[in-house]
Design a binder for this molecule. Structure first.
Ligand SMILES: [Zn+2]
Length: 407
């Protein structure tokens, strides 16, 4: 059976999708599914599935495939439905301070190509970022031999306060201006629908569509890189808060008058566990010099190697960060009571983050009497996880556009 992509459970978000969209999404999530399985799982009659699938086949969105790996019925292999990958093409982009990344996928969610490019650091004018995105889109398309007309939608994730519904970036460490209409600027430049979101929501979507969250409709994702991010997926959708700010776990306070955070306040979780916090300590304790603070990414790698080699100071830095992380995770457990917390991202190979002591400390700090404690899973992805999550946002929005309307 093909693997498929997208949420495996039906989210309960109070608004029923049209049946044709439910059928399509069911088939895409399963990879391939027979009409009988689809009728059973979506909860509709066989006649409805026949009619809807005929319509989706006529529109070029689904096709019939032989289930050669299953037992033949009356001498013929059973026929299943599958998404026509070439029926659409979307591109996901993640902007960051160090490396931008992009991934292009077909409408079945299969990756067609991906690349990364060096980013200009710091807060830049919006026009420069628009140029960068356009260049990235062009290079990715060239890599796979397609042109702009092949793309149905683009999704862009970036750090900061992003108003997903309006497509505005209220504030971002990558943008010089505030409250900018980045969606409109990119749509004008590229001539296709553009969807924006906070980058951590991209990570939640990557887990929901392609990762450990596929079989859960409600879960939390926590990531530690330049900052500490958190996404909540509720009913198969990222929870974006009432003002689109999302959840700033990194700026919850774990110490009154504590370490200085890059947000300007003190005692934030991020100021103890993010890359720059560890680089700051390494600069002092291990004589790494001020350049480590300017390039925390490399500094953390060096620090990790020293800890592995048995350097006591390096180990202390990691274990202290781990204890603060436990505190932050235990607060997530107490506030949201999630069934699953996924520690996700490219940096999860630093095993101090999920050392047994860290997980034991989370349990010790949380009130769990008589209940199963929240499960914590570690998911180490490559650098392209963010761009992959962005493709999920574009796929989801494009599916809503073509199948979600009343027509
Ligand atoms: Zn802060």
């Amino acid at each position: 059976m093909a693997e498929g992509c997208g949420p495996l459970l039906r989210g309960d978000n109070g608004e029923a999708k049209p049946l044709r969209q439910q059928v399509f999404e069911h088939v895409r999530a399963r990879g391939r599914a027979t009409r009988a399985e689809t009728a059973r799982d979506v909860g509709i009659s066989a006649g409805s599935v026949t009619q809807i699938s005929a319509d989706l086949i006529a529109r070029g969105l689904l096709e019939e495939v032989e289930e050669t790996d299953r037992a033949a019925v009356r001498g013929r292999p059973p026929i299943a439905l599958s998404v026509v990958g070439s029926s659409g093409c979307v591109l996901g982009v993640k902007l960051s301070d160090q490396i931008h990344s992009a991934m292009i996928s077909d409408f079945a969610g299969a990756e067609l190509g991906a690349l990364t490019s060096e980013a200009r650091a710091g807060r830049r004018p919006m026009a420069e970022r628009v140029d960068e995105v356009a260049a990235l889109v062009e290079r990715t398309l060239t890599q796979v031999g397609l042109d702009l007309s092949a793309l149905s939608a683009l999704a862009v994730g970036l750090p900061g306060l992003v108003d997903h519904d309006r497509g505005h970036v209220l504030w971002s460490p990558l943008m010089r201006e505030t409250d900018i209409d980045l969606k409109a600027a990119l749509e004008a430049r590229l001539g296709l629908p553009v969807h924006l979101d906070n980058d951590v929501n991209m990570l939640g979507l990557a887990e929901l569509w392609f990762g450990a969250g596929r079989a859960k409709s409600d879960f939390a994702v926590v990531t530690i890189e330049q900052g500490v991010g958190m996404g909540m997926v509720l009913g198969n959708r990222p929870f974006r808060g009432s003002r689109g700010m999302g959840l700033e776990l990194g700026h919850t306070k774990v110490q009154l008058d504590g370490a200085l955070c890059r947000c300007g306040k003190r005692g934030c979780l991020e100021a103890y566990v993010a890359d720059y916090a560890l680089a700051r300590e390494a600069a002092i304790a291990l004589d790494h010099g001020p350049e480590t603070i300017a390039a925390p990414h490399r500094a953390i790698e060096a620090l990790f190697q020293e800890a592995r080699a048995g350097n006591r100071a390096a180990r202390t830095i990691f274990s202290r960060a781990g204890r603060y992380l436990s505190l932050g995770l235990s607060n997530v457990v107490q506030l949201f009571d999630p069934e699953l917390i996924i520690l996700s991202g490219a940096r999860m190979r630093y095993d101090y983050l999920y050392a047994d002591e860290v997980l034991a400390e989370v349990a010790a700090l949380s009130l769990n009497e008589g209940r199963t404690p929240a499960r914590i899973e570690i998911h180490a992805w490559g650098d392209l996880v963010w761009a992959r999550g962005a493709t999920a946002l574009a796929l989801s929005a494009e599916t809503d556009r073509i199948l979600g309307g009343a027509a």
